[in-house]
Design a protein around this ligand. Structure first.
Ligand code: FEO
Length: 394
């Protein structure tokens, strides 16, 4: 990515990864991503905020050369994950005077992950300041966004928050600033759902901590820069808040049509009761779309056939993902079908033990569903309606 000027003496110098389609070998990146790195010239000292994934290290080096940077005094590491830290060893080789500035936890992780020598570090504490001459950096430790060592850096004079993963989005674009807010918010919501959602309560605490700072610009390390920080801060407040929506999602798999018939029936009777309902065929759904739908949804129904003695492996995967992402979902149930027996319900229940949810009585049909089974699904829809009403969602 070319050098782009953020403000006087502040440049975006990172890399753009148009082709990456999977992150952590798990998270789909339909729009690619960026690894943003920012160069600040403070008159007396020069600082580089985060580096880039090694996949794009050449772009960072070319950009620093284009700006004719001869010396970097401080290399700020907000987060030890390699998509931001992976090029630190190359930069400290090229700029041997550079000190890696970070907190104690991050330092230890960088030593473990990248074998950076101890003597290269300058360790800072929460809210410590560092003068670059006519610009001052303040480091704000924001644990668990989404690793234990994460911090953000505030540039006092320009009121810019360099937030690293916090408020980021996986979206490859040559735009420095956000052009289309709706698209950006959807990408940021996907990012939140896939990466930040398990740490909802810690993120809430960190949002509160940031209220002490006047922020005019948020410059994350993935995606575009926010000139209207309220846009993403308010979205984060909504996503991390306790409110859920009058929605049911039904992640499902069907082998011979029995479970699909039940999903279709339940979908219709829920919609008739005024509840927004979305089925997700797990053989076709991208996990990011499923994760986004979990951010505010009140109720999840897992729907599966019984294969051999338990749930279909794709439904097992969805349950494990749900358990890991820990959404604020209030209610869960299980529906599906079986031919001769099995432990489908027990297995799925055991896979979602992290979730603080009420389990509404599951129901499996023996073979293709009949009148009795549809009656059971009517009852399930009534139970969901009753609970959504209790929460004033309807
Ligand atoms: Fe963008 Fe947690 O790394």
């Amino acid at each position: 990515m070319a050098v782009r000027k953020l403000k006087k003496d502040i440049y975006s110098v990172g890399g753009i990864d148009w082709d990456r389609r999977l992150f952590d070998e798990l998270i789909p990146l339909p729009e690619g991503t960026t690894y943003n790195s920012y160069l600040i010239n403070g008159g007396k000292k020069t600082a580089l905020i985060d580096t880039v994934d090694p996949r794009t290290e050449e772009e960072l080096i070319v950009n620093l050369n284009k700006l004719k940077i001869k010396k970097i005094d401080y290399l700020i590491s907000n987060h030890a994950e390699q998509d931001h830290s992976g090029t630190i060893p190359v930069i400290i080789d090229l700029y041997p005077e550079a000190k890696v500035v970070t907190n104690e936890k991050c330092k230890n992780m960088l030593i473990d992950l990248l074998h950076i020598p101890d003597k290269k570090f300058k360790v800072i504490r929460d809210k410590e300041k560092l003068s670059l001459g006519n610009k001052t950096l303040e480091f704000i430790i924001t644990p668990w966004v989404h690793w234990p060592e994460t911090m953000v850096t505030y540039l006092k004079e320009d009121k810019i928050l360099f937030s690293c993963d916090f408020f980021g989005s996986h979206y490859a674009s040559s735009d420095l600033f956000i052009e289309k807010e709706e698209i950006e918010l959807m990408n940021a919501k996907r990012y939140y759902a896939e990466i930040m959602m398990p740490f909802r309560s810690q993120i809430k605490r960190n949002l509160k901590k940031l209220e002490d700072y006047e922020i005019n610009i948020i410059a994350p390390s993935h995606g575009a820069v926010y000139q209207n920080p309220e846009l993403i801060i308010n979205a984060y407040k909504k996503w991390t808040g306790d409110d859920v929506t009058n929605e049911v999602i039904i992640p499902y798999v069907s082998m011979h049509g029995s479970t699909k018939k039940m999903v279709d029936y339940l979908y219709n009777v829920l919609v008739e009761r005024g509840i927004k309902t979305t089925p997700f065929n797990l053989l076709e759904t991208d996990t990011g779309s499923l994760a986004i739908s979990l951010v505010n949804t009140a109720t999840v129904i897992l729907a599966t056939p019984t294969i051999l003695t338990g749930p279909h492996p794709n439904v097992v995967y969805a349950a494990v993902l749900l358990n890991a992402l820990r959404p604020k979902t209030k209610y869960i149930s299980i529906i599906g079908s079986y031919g001769w027996g099995g432990k489908t319900i027990e297995v799925l229940k055991s896979l979602i033990s992290n979730l603080k949810v009420e389990l509404i009585e599951p129901y499996l049909s023996k073979g293709y569903p009949n009148k009795k089974d549809f009656k059971a699904l009517d009852k399930l829809a009534d139970e969901i309606l009753k609970r959504h009403k209790k929460l004033d969602l309807i």
